[in-house]
Design a protein around this ligand. Sequence first.
Ligand code: ADP
Ligand code: MG
Length: 389
Amino acid sequence: MSTTQPVLETAEQPEQLRTGASVRIENLSRYYGPVKAVDDLNLEIPAGTFLTLLGASGCGKSTTLALIAGLDRPNGGRIFLGDDDITDLPPNEREMAMVFQSYALYPHMSVAENIAFGLKLRRRPAAEITQRVNDVAALLDLSHLLDRRPSQLSGGQQQRVGLGRALVKQPRVFLLDEPFSNLDAALRARMRTEIKHLHLRLGTTTVFVTHDQEEAMSLSDRIAVMKDGKVIQFGTQQDIYSRPANLYVATFVGSPQMSLVRGTLVKSGDSATLHTEAFDLALGDANAIGLGSAQSGTAIVLGARAEDVRVSLGEEPSPTTGVSVCKASVILIEPMGSDTFVELRIGSQSVVARISPQADIHLGDSVWLQLTISRSHFFNGDTEERLGP
Ligand code: ADP
Ligand code: MG
């Protein structure tokens, strides 16, 4: 479903129909003294996209969002809504609505009054306000709570009222700053699903901020991973997960964390080996894994997701093309229900594998670790940038 029609239009006197708009950010900067909170940031958000700014605390997500909303002013750069340069427009002329982590509802107003507040400020006719509040309440499952005060609501319900206040304005862009981080895990998962349904129904361009990679992966059409005020990778969740651009993204995204094996590249003709003091891993044809132009002697890091590591007991597995085998010992077992993760020690390094919960593997077991080389990731050990495809 890809409707871009706002479903909240009213029968009587609809405000001008608004659909989601694209947002373009060019060379945006915001400095606080020596701190570059946002540092020459560029971003294109196509109309109707659900985009997530993902990054660790302090990387500049909230500042970026506040600049888009017009709540803060940049030191440099431009912001466009569709084709319009809105850099110098005040917040109320930007056709955007923002939802914060702390929902800050008006405590002395009912739910209905809280949702209606923005429309009253805009002096919309009373009948239209009632209609739009009722529509939004129905959409967010708040209809039975309209007469309550915020203090009489659960955290999840309060956050839904916060969303309602934004939705009722029929904005062209939604800005959501860690809206679920005050909620417990179960509620957070439910709100995540609700937001996704809402986006599918309304098609409003959404910029969502979170430090939670799982939240970002499950919600987004596009993810911009931020670090030090810059976007360090932009792509679909599949791009970010399967082709991380550098070691930072590789280890920030995915749970359990991607395992890293550090060593030196040794080449003999086209044949590559990852050499460490304790063991050697045969990597096969260097060209096939994008190490064709890397020099022998280069420090490299092999990255492996738990689902790409296999474990077997008993006889050494017969050689298979594209699979590298080495001896390892089990140092940790973590049952998670549907999967079990085992940490394996090879030399002084460790690798996590996903195994079946039924597997007969015990702490201290000596096992064979099998790595599918074509599914492994390679990074330059010094620059930490991705090597190869
Ligand atoms: P995030 O939302 O990703 O956690 P922020 O955008 O809030 O990050 O902050 C980015 C950087 O800018 C941080 O180093 C933060 O300390 C700094 N910063 C943010 N707001 C201010 C401010 N009002 N004054 C000084 N420094 C600030
Ligand atoms: Mg923040």
